[in-house]
Design a protein around this ligand. Structure first.
Ligand code: COA
Length: 289
């Protein structure tokens, strides 16, 4: 155990897209640490399965189906999970949509589909729950009130072939930093996590063409992908009472991948180190005296 068992006791956290992948890993971890969890998703079967797994492990969980592109569905789903599981104290904006496509080939509808899930869905969910918190706490929320949004390491660099996602995630990061200051007045924190490659069915089936996954794994500075449990523990820390001074931060969890890809000379690390050192030594100007 990374944390004490009741780290999140007293909290009730909504995880959008919590029926599968990283959302499910976070929901299960929060529940194991004593939080009540509510999960949303478009498909009922994975939600029901996740809730059953949490309950059979002794945790508290409930679900509502919700397409976060629809603000009215968000209001209904908030009512449903607060009726079933009690008032929410935290939110993880995890629901996402993404696929690989050349930008010139995107239809208007394709761009909309991703941006409406990732950016609009995140904003509308955050605003709807934030309004409830501000009204309920009369402007002085409990320090556990926290919005955590899952972005990506290309939120600040952009990325070819996932342009709608890059635009939307950049917007979510801007939303996070804006609200961190604006809603701090009410005691509400806002943070983000930027995961690199984590092998989940949803993401890898859409984003990793055959053969590419192995190259991606090998080129990661740590030589491996992330484990969902590692991301879930980072999220749990950001909800912990002692994380109350972390606000407006985006924590990267990618094994150092984006720094390597982003550095002009970073690809040199893929060469055998001895050869590289010999090349660099040969390039060094000779001493003249
Ligand atoms: N390449 C190009 N365009 C694509 C596409 C692809 N791989 N997949 C979908 N589209 C287009 C569709 O053609 C459609 O546009 P059109 O009406 O002009 O033809 C538009 O996107 C919407 O697709 P549709 O399948 O009707 O929408 P949806 O709401 O069912 O799906 C997506 C939304 C596209 C984001 C889908 O990938 C999805 O549901 N993803 C959820 C899970 C996910 O992406 N997880 C990974 C997160 S990292």
């Amino acid at each position: 155990m990374t944390f004490q068992k009741d780290l999140l006791a007293g909290q009730n956290i909504l995880v959008t897209g919590g029926g599968s992948g990283l959302g499910r890993a976070m929901a299960e971890r929060f529940a194991a640490l004593g939080a009540g969890v509510a999960i949303w998703g478009r498909r009922e079967a994975p939600l029901a399965d996740t809730v059953a797994a949490i309950e059979s492990a002794g945790g508290r969980a409930c679900y509502a189906t919700c397409d976060v592109r629809d603000p009215e569905a968000i209001a209904r789903a908030l009512d449903a999970v607060e009726d079933a599981g009690g008032l929410l104290t935290g939110l993880v904006n995890n629901a996402a949509g993404n696929f690989l496509s050349s930008s010139e080939d995107l239809s208007a509808n394709a761009f909309d589909a991703v941006v409406k899930i990732v950016l609009y869905g995140t904003f509308h969910t955050t605003q709807a729950l934030g309004r409830r918190w501000i009204e309920r706490c009369n402007g002085a929320c409990d320090p556990t009130a926290h919005v955590l949004s899952i972005v990506t390491t290309y939120a600040w660099t952009g990325s070819p072939f996932v342009l709608p996602s890059a635009c939307a995630k950049a917007g979510v990061l801007a939303m996070t930093r804006s609200l961190a200051v604006e809603w701090a007045t009410y005691g509400i924190r806002a943070n983000a996590i930027a995961p690199g490659p984590f092998p989940t069915d949803g993401a890898f089936s859409r984003l990793m063409p055959p053969g590419v996954a192995e190259r991606a794994r090998a080129s990661n500075p740590l030589g491996r992908f992330g484990e969902p449990a590692e991301l879930a523990d980072l999220a749990a820390y950001l909800f912990a009472p002692n994380a109350g001074y972390v606000n407006g931060e985006c924590v990267t969890i990618d094994g150092g991948s984006w720094l390597k890809e982003g550095g002009e000379f970073a690809a040199f690390v893929d060469h055998p180190r001895d050869e590289l050192k010999a090349t660099m030594a040969a390039m060094r100007p000779k001493k003249t005296r």
